[in-house]
Structures are given as C-alpha cells and as structure tokens.
Design a protein around this ligand. Structure first.
Ligand SMILES: NC(=O)C1=CN([C@@H]2O[C@H](COP(=O)(O)OP(=O)(O)OC[C@H]3O[C@@H](n4cnc5c(N)ncnc54)[C@H](OP(=O)(O)O)[C@@H]3O)[C@@H](O)[C@H]2O)C=CC1
Ligand SMILES: CC(=O)C(=O)O
Ligand SMILES: [Mg+2]
Length: 565
C-alpha cells in the first residue's frame, strides 16, 4: 500500500495532501493517532502558551501544516480563536510581523511593480480558483497607524474568518499587501523590516498604481471580489507618526480627502469591491444599533425617531458608520435630510461644524450648520449640548470615554448606548467594566474588540462585539454565489438587517445586541441570503439561476456551498 502525495495550495503556499490510504505505512505515523484525540492535543498545545502572540504563531503553523484541523478547531471554538487570529492579537502580529515572519503567505505587490503588475499577479498559483481577496496597503490597521508591509496579517486574518465564518474554500482566497512605502520611521530603520525602505508614494502615483492594480486583478480574476482594508490618506498617516508634521501640514491635511473614500467611489461601480472599514463597519454598527435603540426606547418610553447619535472620531470608520446609520432613521420614515440632522461628529479638533473653518471632504456632509459658537472640544460639554442617546467611539483614543463622560450619558438616558469601537482592546474608548460601573448596569454596550462578561448585582451582563467580522464573511459569500458585478448600498444595508434579525429568542432574552459568534455559519447564511436578494433587486447579480429560488431553498443552497473542514 502506498501513500499518495497530491499537491494543493493554501494562500499561495504549496502543500502536499497525504491520500487517505486505509492504513499508512508502518512506522510513518505514531502507533495511535486518532483525529479526535489529536484535536484535543492541538487545543492543549494552544492553551499551554501564556502569551497571545505565541498562540497566534502556533495557530499560524497549525493552519499551514493541517488546515483542516485548524478550521475545525476554529469553528468549534470561535470565541476562543477569534481574539487570537483576529483582533486584538492580529494587531500585535502586524506590529511584529517583520520579526515573527516565517514563510510567505499571500501576494505582495509593491510600487516597484508598477507597469508590470500583470506579471506579478500571474505568479499566483491558483488563478482559476480565486474568488475573494482582502487588500491592504497597511496604512491604518486597527488604529495602529502606518504599518507598511507589516499589514499583511490583517489580510490573512480576515480571510481566515471568511473561510471559518462563511465556508469560503481556502484555495479561493488571496491575501494581498500593497507595498507603497511607509511613513513610520521605526520600520524604515528596522533591519528586519520586510518592506521597501521608502516613504509613501505621492497620491498621484498611488492612484496610477491602484488603477493598474484593479484593472489587472479584474482581468486575471474575473470572478474575484475585493475587500479593501483601509487605503488611507498619505497626509493622515503622516500625522499619526510625527506630531510636528501635523502643524506643518495642517492646512493641507484639512483639504485632503481620505483615500479610503476616494478609492471606494472610484472603483465601486466598476468592479465588485467594498471597503470593510467604511461599509462593513457601518453595517455591523447599524445592526447592533437597531437592537440597542429598541431596548433604549423601551426603557425611556421615547419613540425610535427620538434618537440622537454622537460620533467621537470622524475618520473612514466614523463617517462610514454615520452614513450607514442614516438608514436607521430613514427606516423610521425620516427623509435623508432629517436623518442627517440626527448625527453629530467630533474629531481631533472637537465638534465638527461649518463655522469652524476648512473641513476634510468626507466630514462636510455631517458638519453642523446649526452651531456657530466657539469651538467645542470638551466631550462632556459636547454631550450636554447635543444630548445624544448614543455615543460611538471610532477615534483610536484609549480611555476617551472617562467616568465623567459615561456618567453624563447615564444622567440623560435611562439606557445609554455606548459603543467604544476602536481596535485593538488597548485603544478602546472605555472598557465594559467601566461602562457597567459608571452607568449602574444600564449601559447598552458594544465594542470593536472583545471584553469579558461582567457580574452586576447578581446578574451576568454581556458585552456586544460590534466588529465587521460579523458582516464580511456573509457579504463575501453572497457576492461569490450571486456573482455580483458590484456591491451596492442596498446589499450592505441588507447584510446589516440580516444580522440584526439573526438573534434567537434566547439571545434577545439575555439582552444581547449581536448573536453569539459560535453561530457564525448560520448567521452568514442568513446574511448571504439577504444580500443576494438585494443584489437581485438592484440587478447586479450575474448568477440569474438563484432568482427563482424560494428563500428556504436559497438558504439551503448557501449552506451546501459552504466548505467544511
Ligand atoms: N469595530 C470595528 O469593526 C472597526 C473599528 N475600527 C476602529 O476605528 C478606529 C478608527 O479607524 P479609522 O476611522 O480608520 O481611523 P482614522 O484615523 O481615519 O480616524 C480617526 C478619527 O478619530 C479622530 N480623533 C483622533 N484623535 C482624536 C481626539 N483626541 N479627539 C477626538 N477625535 C479624535 C480623528 O480626527 P481627525 O479627523 O481630526 O484627524 C479621526 O476623525 C480604529 O481604532 C479602528 O480599529 C475601524 C474599522 C472597523
Ligand atoms: C475591525 C477593523 O477592520 C478595524 O479595526 O480596522
Ligand atoms: Mg479595518
């Protein structure tokens, strides 16, 4: 009897599959190697590690050596695995990527490849299989600033969640990191840094590069959907690394339009593409907000139309979420203009209002025209002025929601909605423990990264995790199965409503704002169904065979199409 070795590919790395022969050759495996016992062995090895980054390294190796085991364990232990393979630990993996790097995984395309991107892409081993790619330029990962080529782990991590969460076939995924330089001096000085030793290229050059990249990707991979993970503005990232430059460039910075918005607008009607930080985050927050607003209104006796939302942080995530939350009000019958007036933004200069002076393009829509006073920078004062029912943090400012801020929210709301959404955990605007303590347990809470449950007056309170990881797997699966030509606003809204509706009666009874992550496949199937229906309504579905299917049959088909380890 022989062992047959068949080559296959995972994320661009060739592996050899050992054929399941009835009995392996004597001596080539230990005498007793039972798969279920081996699963326990892997878990025990994982749990024996004290540091989360060591757990990350262990799981990366497991994924390479035994992808089936990795994804099986991941699916069975979602709440234990996601904080390791995704936020917060993936943030540390990015920060240390050039130091912990062991083997190539994914596709690196650098500015030096401009003019010959086709050649680089054609080196990808499984061109025909490719269906989904997460593309980052490392310019702002999880609020960690400009990481350059160290951003690759976010593409890898998000794709692992596509595979685990929605059953995308592993060989259909392509993690991509674009190396357009970095403005972080620490990396440029680091002898181990894996990227180009140059500062970020000017905007014009980046746009030429991006146009070529998008075109070549669409030619090489006609069935591929691309998820952008930021693609930030050069000037904004400069500001993150050198405070002296903020002053030097502040005039120009005010005029810079965030690249994340610019590239999304540039490509969204031409290719199947979406920006996770803008649209995925918007969708996940709308979903949690819908559930929180109902609980808040039930406690206050005020109608859903009475909500007022204050955003602390007005970057790509903050404004993306604000745009999506307009749907909350339009769903209640408001006009767009009425919805816009329910939203206030705060950035690093304080309340965003017209009379303040020049504003970055993406902030203008929500800038207030009904305030003409002195600049307002103190968050407690701003809360007293706006009287929000909800405070959402997308600022990367650790602890910005102080006891004072939280207590002020509690003093004007029976059940204040407080969502500190910045990642990773150490950048969160407040912890769940503080939010519970300073609101005497009345808070409706969701954070970007996970926090532990809290015991309060004999009851267990559960934090929500308002993270785009709930949205993108289902949205991506829908895009693949529906073979969509573009990702429309209604599809993003449908993903959000699909998620909001996916809570079970038991989850609602426990006061949860999001479903338990352990049910991610079920949730992704529901989201995918809702998104495919929206794509059909918008006429962007190229797989017309799904149109006539009944909802139940469509969900069954989606589930059948999911890859299972
Ligand atoms: N939960 C989730 O699923 C997601 C969470 N996020 C998180 O959101 C955070 C922000 O991301 P992103 O929008 O891309 O980042 P940006 O850098 O684009 O935006 C940050 C925003 O915060 C503002 N800000 C900075 N300092 C202060 C301050 N002292 N007071 C008030 N506002 C301040 C900035 O102001 P200014 O405009 O003046 O510079 C800017 O508007 C990150 O931590 C990220 O991890 C992002 C995506 C998904
Ligand atoms: C979750 C995510 O995409 C972010 O924090 O950037
Ligand atoms: Mg992100």
């Amino acid at each position: 009897m022989t062992i047959v070795l068949t080559p296959y590919w995972i994320n661009g790395v060739q592996k050899l599959k050992v054929a399941q022969s009835p009995k392996p050759k004597r001596g080539l495996v230990p005498p007793v190697l039972d798969e279920s016992v081996h699963a326990l062995r892997c878990l025990s090895q994982l749990r024996s590690k004290d540091k989360s980054i060591e757990k990350y390294i262990y799981l990366s190796a497991l994924k390479e050596q035994d992808p089936n085991m990795f994804y099986k364990l991941c699916l069975e232990n979602m709440s234990e695995f996601t904080p390791i393979i995704y936020t917060p630990t993936v943030g540390d993996a990015c920060l240390q990527y050039s130091h912990i790097y062991r083997r190539p995984e994914g596709l690196f395309i650098s500015i030096k490849d401009k003019g010959k991107i086709r050649e680089v892409i054609s080196n990808w081993p499984r061109i025909d299989e490719a269906r989904i790619s997460v593309v980052t330029d490392g310019s702002r990962i999880l609020g960690l600033g400009d990481l350059g080529v160290n951003g690759m782990p976010i593409s890898i991590g998000k794709l692992s969640l596509y595979i685990a969460g929605a059953g995308i076939r592993p060989e259909s995924t392509i993690p991509i990191c674009l190396d357009l330089g970095t403005n972080t001096q620490k990396y440029l000085d680091d002898p181990l840094y894996l990227g180009l030793r140059q500062t970020r290229v000017p905007e014009q050059e980046m746009t030429e590069f991006m146009d070529e990249f998008m075109h070549e990707m669409s030619v090489a991979f006609p069935k591929l959907m691309i998820q952008f993970e930021v693609l930030h503005s050069t000037l904004a990232t400069l500001a993150l690394i050198d405070w002296r430059l903020i002053y030097a460039l502040s005039f120009r910075k005010d005029f810079s339009t965030d690249n994340a918005f610019r590239y999304l607008e540039r490509y969204r009607n031409k290719y199947p593409v979406f920006n996770d930080d803008i649209q995925g985050t918007g969708a996940v927050v709308l979903s949690g907000f819908l559930n929180a607003a109902k609980l808040s209104s039930a406690a206050s006796g005020q109608p859903l139309t009475s909500h007022r939302i204050l955003f602390f942080g007005a970057g790509s995530a903050g404004v993306g979420v604000a745009q999506q939350l307009m749907s909350f009000f339009t769903l209640q019958g408001f006009s767009k203009e009425e919805a816009r007036r329910r939203i206030w933004l705060v950035d690093s200069q304080g309340l965003v209002f017209n009379a303040r002076g020049r504003l970055a393009e993406h902030k203008k829509y929500f800038s207030r025209d009904d305030y003409n006073g002195a600049p307002m920078t103190n968050l407690v004062e701003i809360i007293k002025y706006v009287k929000p029912t909800a405070l959402l943090g997308l600022s990367t400012i650790t602890g910005a929601f102080t006891a004072d801020v939280i207590q002020t929210m509690a003093s004007i709301n029976a059940r204040p909605i407080i969502f500190p959404l910045s990642n990773p955990v150490r950048l969160s605007e407040c912890s769940f423990a503080d939010a519970v303590q300073y609101t005497s347990g009345s808070v409706l809470f969701a954070s970007g990264s996970p926090f532990p449950d809290q015991e309060f007056r004999g009851t267990t309170l559960y934090p929500g995790q308002g993270n785009n990881m709930y949205i993108f797997p289902g949205l991506g699966l829908a895009a693949i199965l529906g073979r969509v030509s573009s990702v429309t606003d209604s599809m993003v809204e449908a993903s959000s409503l699909g998620l909001a509706d996916s809570l079970t009666a038991e989850e609602r009874a426990q006061g949860l704002l999001y479903p338990r992550i352990e049910r991610i496949r079920e949730i992704s199937a529901q989201i995918a169904k809702a998104v495919i229906r929206a794509a059909q309504r918008d006429g962007v579905d190229r797989n017309e065979s799904l149109r006539a299917m009944k909802d139940d049959d469509l969900v069954r088909l989606i589930r059948r199409k999911m890859w299972t380890p």
